[in-house]
Design a protein around this ligand. Structure first.
Ligand code: NAI
Length: 724
């Protein structure tokens, strides 16, 4: 079957050929088989017509210039496909190279986002013009999906920018630049504000540079800044592993390492050999498990979650115009900012006008910083601030179509504030609580319209954290759930939907991680090893430092409440080995965490000053090494969370695998290389049966909390994985 043409070849009378990327079967252009075939055909034709071609413009008929690799294809690649992937990669590179070395000027006219493969095509052109359109992004973000730019991106970025800038500005972080910033960073050569100008500018370049070629194809070309073989450069080389370590924390992220190796090795050889080296590393990454985990989570799951996988169907979307934020403390102030940034009018209420004003001042602070960094304008700042009305008067909440409550964590107080406002706001206003621990069903008892009551759990700091957990109480209606979902999307955050349970999903699961780390102290594991294990497993926050931030009194309070509720419901309360450590820290040593001036760490002037030396003396076996394998320390942390996520699925607290994966990575720092709590189970060596066998080992060695839930056993036996 012949593939459709995805690149239109438009030849003008003056000999300029415009290649229009336009896949007729898809809304976006991707590196699929049809595209590869078209690319070869185009390169053939250009070579055949070379004598009469004066220049080439590469542009796109889609909103996005080119979307890059077809991730559906890439995620399905297995180690058995390695040779095929390697060959196919080289074929694309060869075709791009043929166009690059045609001997006529080739210009990229980037009318929309050019990320990954899109920017790689642009790199193969001699001149890059970008349209400064809103949402247009330029860069090579492959690393964020566990990959490297395998379409010549590493080879050319190194030659265009020099190895240091290529690695630090483009390749290792996967930074996505707005067109103007891309210009500053040297990724593009021109930025235009009018789409109509773009093709005219491209023609102007062709007219002015009839003999154009790439700098690296000029005689005597040297990579800017030198190569690792040059003495000047060699002095800087040791900085790279340190950068890498900082980025990955020693966790198993193969992509940054592969990118570094491909860049360094590739810089010391000729262009063609560098492309082969790049293809080899790309193949290794794409056939490995980490890229699959990351593509699954950060592309497919994220897309499904944001598209409304967990939003009740058949309910018309609604937008919020005016929101009441109750409580202008740390969370309320952050929520007010996030809402105002999205264009929503905010009435920010606290007990006093001073408190409310202080809450608004938080937005002023954030905006001052953004202004200093050139991320906002004075006009935008003023508009945003004008949307926030601080008040102590409930009457000001009239007309609000949503309420987000963020007062102290006290059920009686929360009931009281809802009673105060429920008749002032719009009669059908959505009612949300930002509680982090109190059951939503119970809080809903305090309002007259429990069907409109929902949990909306933000994470701190609200302006940075991308996730919001929506909690469905027993009486929450579908309409309220859909409206809460729409509100979270309106403020440009990612919503996951979970059922009512102690700690919902995120707080409950992260509690397992913290308890597991603390329990290790009681077993004689040195505190430094506990922290190292968390870092090497890939957690962004180490376990004991995280506990200090959250305060040691918090788990004690939650534990007491949970114990009481469990016993009242006739259940059996199971203590955790971490309990004793936390109790003694607080009761015997008065160490309650950072805010109290001392916790697992010592603090000097509020700054962390090292682990408390008393830990070895007072806990475990007085510093006697435990002999527990380091691998077990890491896996106990990961397994404690993953097993609890399976239990959440079993209990109906979670109804979607995508929500679990995204919620765990974006909300509570479950390591990104795993692709999230349930993808970690799927991707574990040996799949679900492998994970199950390992859970049984951990159970035998460390206790019942590692007992595999029935759902895991069942799925492993049936040969299934966790999917939606
Ligand atoms: P906070 O102590 O910083 O702020 C609470 C604010 O509520 C104070 O400004 C207080 O004056 C105000 N307030 C008290 N009574 C009020 C009333 N009757 N009317 C209006 N305002 C009143 O507390 P924070 O940290 O902002 O937490 C607020 C809520 O958010 C709590 O339910 C907490 O569990 C939850 N939460 C906290 C997170 C955190 O990281 N701190 C994360 C997610 C949720």
């Amino acid at each position: 079957m012949s593939e459709p043409t995805t690149i239109r070849y438009e030849r003008a009378d003056d000999g300029v050929v415009t290649l229009v990327l336009d896949d007729p079967r898809q809304s976006a252009n991707t590196m699929n088989n049809a595209f590869k075939a078209s690319l070869t055909a185009v390169a053939d034709r250009l070579e055949a017509e070379r004598e009469s071609v004066r220049g080439v413009i590469v542009t796109s008929a889609k909103k996005t210039f080119f979307a890059g690799g077809d991730l559906r294809e890439l995620i399905a690649v297995t180690p058995a496909d390695a040779q095929r992937v390697f060959d196919a990669g080289l074929a694309v590179k060869r075709d791009l190279r043929r166009i690059e070395t045609l001997g006529v000027p080739v210009v990229a006219a980037l009318g929309g986002a050019a990320l990954g493969g899109g920017y790689e095509i642009a790199l193969a052109c001699h001149h890059r013009i970008a349209l400064d359109a809103p949402g247009s992004k330029i860069g090579l973000p492959e690393v964020t999906l566990g990959l490297l730019p395998g379409g010549g991106g590493v080879t050319r970025a190194v030659r265009l920018l020099g190895i240091t800038d290529a690695l630090l500005k483009v390749l290792l972080q996967g930074t996505q630049y707005a067109p103007r910033r891309a210009l500053e960073a040297g990724l593009v050569d021109e930025v235009v504000t009018d789409a109509g100008d773009m093709l005219a500018r491209a023609r102007a370049f062709i007219d002015a540079h009839p003999e154009s070629r790439q700098p690296w194809d000029e005689k005597g070309y040297r990579i800017p800044g030198g190569t690792p073989a040059s003495p000047r450069f060699a002095a800087n080389l040791p900085a790279f592993p340190a950068t890498l370590r900082k980025q990955t924390g020693g966790a198993p992220y193969p992509a940054p390492r592969a990118i570094l190796a491909a860049a360094v090795e590739g810089s010391q050889v000729d262009f063609e050999t560098a492309q082969v080296i790049e293809a080899r590393y790309f193949t290794e990454l794409v056939t490995g498990q980490t890229a699959k985990n990351m593509i699954q989570a950060f592309f497919f799951d994220l897309q499904a979650v944001n598209a409304g996988r967990s939003r009740p169907e058949g309910i018309a979307p609604r937008t919020v115009r005016k929101v009441a934020v109750l409580g202008a403390g740390m969370m309320g102030a952050g929520i007010a900012y996030a809402c105002a940034r999205a264009g929503i009018e905010v009435v920010l209420k606290d007990v006093s006008a001073e408190n409310a004003a202080k809450g608004k001042a938080y937005s002023e602070g954030l905006l001052a910083k953004a202004l200093a960094r050139g991320r906002t304008t004075e006009a935008e700042r003023d508009e945003l601030l004008a949307r926030i009305t601080p008040t102590a008067d409930a009457a000001d909440l009239a007309g609000c179509d949503a309420v987000i409550e963020a007062v102290f964590e006290d059920p009686a107080l929360k009931h009281k504030v809802f009673q105060e406002v429920q008749h002032v706001v719009a009669p059908d206003a959505l009612l949300c609580s930002n509680t982090s621990t109190l059951p939503i069903t119970q809080l809903a008892e305090g309002v007259e319209r429990p069907a409109d009551f929902v949990g909306l759990h933000f994470f701190s700091p609200v302006d940075k954290m991308p996730l919001v957990e929506i909690i469905k109480g027993e009486r929450t209606g579908d309409e309220a759930l859909a409206r809460a979902f729409d509100l979270v999307r309106q403020i440009r955050k990612t919503p996951v939907v979970v059922g009512d349970s102690r700690g919902f999903f995120t707080s409950r699961v992260i509690g397992r991680f913290i308890n597991e780390g603390v329990a290790m102290l009681a077993e004689g594991v040195p505190a430094a090893s506990v922290e190292q294990a968390a870092a090497q497993a890939g957690y962004p926050a180490k376990v004991l430092s995280l506990m200090d931030e959250l305060t040691l009194t918090l788990p004690r309070r939650i534990r007491e409440e949970t114990r009481r509720a469990t016993e009242e419901a006739g259940g059996v309360w199971e203590p955790h080995p971490a309990d004793e450590v936390i109790d003694r820290m607080v009761e015997e040593f008065g160490r309650t965490g950072r805010s109290g001036g001392a916790g697992f760490y010592d603090y000097v002037d509020g700054e962390r000053a090292g682990l408390w030396p008393g830990l070895a003396e007072h806990f475990g076996r007085g510093g006697d090494p435990s002999g527990i394998p380091f691998e077990d320390l890491k896996e106990r942390m990961l397994f404690s969370e993953a097993l609890d996520a399976v239990r959440c699925l079993e209990e109906g607290v979670l109804s979607s695998v995508a929500d679990a994966n995204i919620g765990s990575v974006l909300g509570i720092g479950f390591p990104g290389w795993t692709g999230g709590v349930l993808q970690y189970v799927n991707g574990y060596e040996g799949g679900l049966p492998g994970f199950l066998a390992r859970a049984r080992e951990l159970r035998a060695a460390y206790g019942e909390r590692f007992a595999p839930p029935a759902l895991l056993v069942e799925k492993a036996e049936k040969g299934e994985t966790f999917t939606d």
